[in-house]
Design a protein around this ligand. Structure first.
Ligand code: NAG
Ligand code: NAG
Ligand code: NAG
Ligand code: NAG
Ligand code: ZN
Length: 790
């Protein structure tokens, strides 16, 4: 979102939910949930649907450790702090000595947003393990907020309040930590813009309405709070009037809002940021059956620019300043302002909206992933030569040249994977889940410090891409501090999905967990230490026919082995797909999965020499501060260590052991650098990307003396010019990159053949002379000993 120069933005996440239920704990671990007849929330009408959060329990491991740290903060935090600002607006007293949370929940123009996030986190924390304290806090807050709403509405008929509560509402039903006017003034006739003046500016007023509504709706889904639903319905009635009739008490009022007025509102930088406001109203429509709520959701359509371009698949996230589609949008769009809007479009689609709502969401996502996504799962970067607001989208395919100290705002990833997950419910392409997994185990897990605090959420805002920068934790009252409380209390939400007809179970993630599928009387227990380990075991309780679809991660190139009751399955497991086990299951059936991790190098789209080290799903960061050489990146050589198997983990980047916390540690042969998983949350200097330094063509210790030249792939290739960087450029993969991309080699002969064909291609492209080619091939032929695996 941004505050004068940094913005916030974030959205809570709405979990699945196809029903809610109240948890009863019977003995240890048994969950009984009473399901509603209809599915609610994301994917409510989709071919694949989530399970309610209370039907999946997170087991012990990395994510449970992260969850428990945030839960201890949420548990200890004084919930009365959240009511102070609401009470002020309602004209209700506050206990002495209780202050608002602070950060942006401080009486400034974003106040109220953190209250919504906290309520979502409370209901998730409760539904997870059934600890009463979370529900007690939540019920109290809902009750108090309902009282605030009533007090404000009572003034509608002329009962004047005093002090901060002396304003008279334009419509009944408003609830907020700020006067109603802060929302209404965004529209005509005032068109308030983003800024800090409490009387004239606005700051993402509908974003805050969204957070509060989301928090209350989640309380309804997760804890069956009818009071929460009651408050939400009144808020939605208010929203309907605010977005149709508008600011009617203003002297210059000209009549109802038009489509044109709405378009003008939503392109406004930050002021017009509405989070996923269009996501909650279709849900309220589904629950209540009142079509006016679906109409409100459509009022948020960003029709003047982004919606239409997304339907037509024209990537306009960054444009040149002379060709700005829309009257008010800047040349570069704010990432987290716009990503959640597409989650809302999906929700409209799910509740009867046209196909174009789905097309817009799918196309938009493809502009972001992979074209603007860092290997960490982060999105949003700098823009060389133009400006340094890292909350904005960078140019398409601008990765290596978009890294900055600010950039990869955590709540942007929260929303990107929320969109990925929701798209998957309609379009069962495993690539969505590959990205979800990457983002979850890296950027999201890494967003929480591995320390305890009962006073501070210890969450990240930006996760710097600049090499050698430590992560910074805190974020009371910010967007990322809000979405972070949610992310760490819903780790189990995407592990399992089911087909609408219940005939298939999708296993998307390897996370220790127990699914209690109430409708089917089936329990699936997943035991795994993933991502610290690379195997998983599933035990079935219950019986019946079912297709179990196991995700075969795109990175699982070293094999994905499945056995059922000890019998190896012969199905071919293609990385980046799902493997289906169709049978009639019975109690005691066991599925075992092994998916060996391996070291893999990933190159940035725009600069192939700018790379990351991956270990299965995990990005491995280099610990320490690089020198100023190599542009301030660590420079690492790896090819000289490789054998015919091309396996980096055997020679170039070897596992050194396991930390006390249970995390794998590695060391590079070149430079002896310590390398460890991204998810570790401490304050050490770390680098995600490094520069690959491979000056000569070498085969083991044999140096040909010939430069390891690049193929000219015309990189970088940006759709909008980036100042200071020629585009298209002359970059591309190096000769050795192209050779080793073919590994493993079955024999030395096969290796020499690959070297020969690649060298021939470089000669044809004018990169190597015939003489250089001959020398390279001759040296490769001499390298049999060098390249023989140990
Ligand atoms: C949810 O609450 C309603 C009353 O508001 C009640 O009738 C219903 O039984 C509750 N459902 C569950 C699953 O507890
Ligand atoms: C305002 O007063 C009228 C007349 O008494 C009543 O019908 C209406 O419900 C009141 N509205 C609110 C929001 O209290
Ligand atoms: C203005 O909007 C309201 C709905 O909130 C509607 O009832 C009314 O008819 C509209 N007025 C005009 C002039 O369109
Ligand atoms: C899945 O998505 C990827 C990336 O957009 C695309 O290349 C691939 O063709 C899709 N696969 C299917 C089966 O649609
Ligand atoms: Zn944020």
């Amino acid at each position: 979102m941004a505050r004068p120069c940094t913005i916030l933005s974030g959205l809570r996440q709405s979990l699945l939910v196809f029903a809610f239920g109240v948890i009863t704990l019977i003995g240890i671990g048994a969950i009984h949930a009473e399901a509603l007849a209809i599915d609610l929330g994301p994917g409510a009408t989709a071919p694949i649907r989530p399970f309610p959060l209370n039907q999946v329990r997170l087991g012990n491991g990395l994510l449970q450790e992260k969850r428990d740290r945030i839960k201890s903060f949420i548990r200890s935090y004084d919930e009365r702090k959240f009511l102070v600002l609401f009470n002020n607006q309602a004209g209700r007293p506050n206990p002495s000595g209780v202050t608002p949370p602070g950060g942006w929940e401080d009486g400034g123009l974003l106040s109220g947003h953190w209250t919504g996030h906290y309520m979502t986190a409370l209901s998730q924390a409760y539904v997870d393990q059934g600890e009463q304290i979370f529900k007690t806090k939540l019920d109290w807050m809902i009750n108090e907020l309902a009282a605030c709403q009533d007090m404000i509405t009572a003034r509608f008929n002329g009962t004047k309040g005093s002090g901060a509560a002396s304003w008279v509402p334009t419509f009944p039903g408003y609830l907020g930590a700020l006067p109603e006017d802060t929302v209404l003034r965004l529209g005509p006739p005032r068109w308030a813009v983003y800024g800090g003046n409490l009387d004239t500016n606005t700051w993402a007023a509908w974003y805050t309405q969204h957070k509060i509504i989301r928090g209350l709706l989640d309380a309804y889904y997760n804890t069956n709070s009818s009071q929460a639903l009651n408050v939400v319905t009144k808020m939605a009635d208010w929203a309907y009037l605010a977005l149709t009739i508008g600011d009617k008490n203003h002297p210059q009022y000209k009549g109802n809002l038009t489509r044109d007025d709405l378009n003008y509102m939503w392109d406004l930088y930050i002021g017009g940021e509405y989070g996923g406001a269009n996501e909650v109203f279709p849900e309220i429509y589904q629950i209540t059956g009142n079509p006016r709520y679906l109409e409100i959701a459509k009022a948020f359509d960003n029709r003047e620019s982004l919606f239409g371009s997304a339907v037509n698949n024209q990537d306009i996230l960054v444009v040149t300043s002379d060709k700005i589609p829309g009257r008010r949008r800047p040349a570069r769009l704010h990432a987290n302002q716009h990503i959640p809007q597409f989650i809302g479009y999906l929700r409209i689609y799910e509740q009867g909206g046209d196909q174009e709502y789905f097309a817009a969401a799918k196309n938009f996502y493809d502009w972001v992933v992979p074209h603007r996504r860092f290997a960490t799962g982060g999105v949003g970067g700098s823009y060389p030569g133009t400006d340094t607001n890292g909350e904005l989208f960078q140019n398409r395919d601008n990765i290596a040249n978009a890294m900055g100290g600010s950039g990869a705002e955590t709540c942007t990833t929260y929303n990107t994977i929320k969109l990925a997950r929701n798209l998957f419910l309609h379009d069962h392409n495993a690539t969505y889940m590959d990205n979800y997994e990457r983002s979850l185990f890296n950027q999201i897990a890494g967003s929480r410090a591995d320390t305890s605090s009962t006073r501070d959420p210890q969450l990240t805002y930006f996760q710097s891409l600049t090499p050698g920068i430590p992560r910074d934790f805190g974020n009371t009252g910010t967007c990322c501090g809000g979405t972070g409380m949610e992310s760490h209390t819903k780790y189990q939400e995407t592990v399992y999905l089911r087909s609408a007809d219940g005939s298939a179970l999708w296993v998307n993630l390897y996370i220790p967990s127990t699914l209690s599928w109430a409708e089917k009387g089936l329990t699936v227990k997943q035991e795994t230490t993933f991502p610290r380990g690379d195997t998983a075991k599933f035990t079935i309780t219950g019986q019946g026919p079912l297709d179990i679809k196991l995700r075969v991660p795109a990175w699982a190139r070293k094999g994905f082995k499945v056995s059922v009751n000890g019998q190896a399955q012969s199905d071919v497991a293609q990385p980046g797909t799902y493997l289906t086990l169709s049978r009639t299951w019975k109690t005691g059936d066991v599925i075992e999965v092994a998916m060996p991790f391996n070291i893999r190098i990933e190159r940035a789209l725009d600069r192939p020499d700018t790379q990351v080290i991956m270990w299965g799903p995990l990005l491995l960061q280099i610990v320490g501060k690089p020198s100023s050489a190599n542009g301030g990146y660590f420079g690492i050589s790896l090819y000289r260590y490789l054998k015919l198997d091309g396996d980096y983990s055997l020679t170039a980047i070897k596992r050194t052991g396991t930390s006390a916390a249970g995390d794998p540690t590695f060391r590079t042969a070149d430079g002896g650098l310590t390398v460890r998983p991204y998810y570790i949350g401490d304050s050490q200097a770390v680098s995600s990307y490094f520069r690959r330094i491979e000056p000569n063509v070498v085969f083991g210790a044999i140096d040909t003396g010939i430069p390891n030249r690049k193929r000219n792939d015309g990189l970088p290739s940006y759709n909008v010019p980036v100042s200071g960087i020629p585009s298209p450029g002359t970059d591309g993969p190096t000769f050795l990159d192209l050779v080793w991309d073919q590994a493993p080699f079955a024999s030395h002969k096969a290796f020499v053949e690959t070297v020969t064909s690649r060298a021939d291609a470089f000669v044809a492209a004018g990169v190597y002379s015939a003489g250089e080619r001959d020398l390279i091939v001759a040296k490769a032929a001499q390298a049999e000993q060098e390249l023989a695996p140990n």
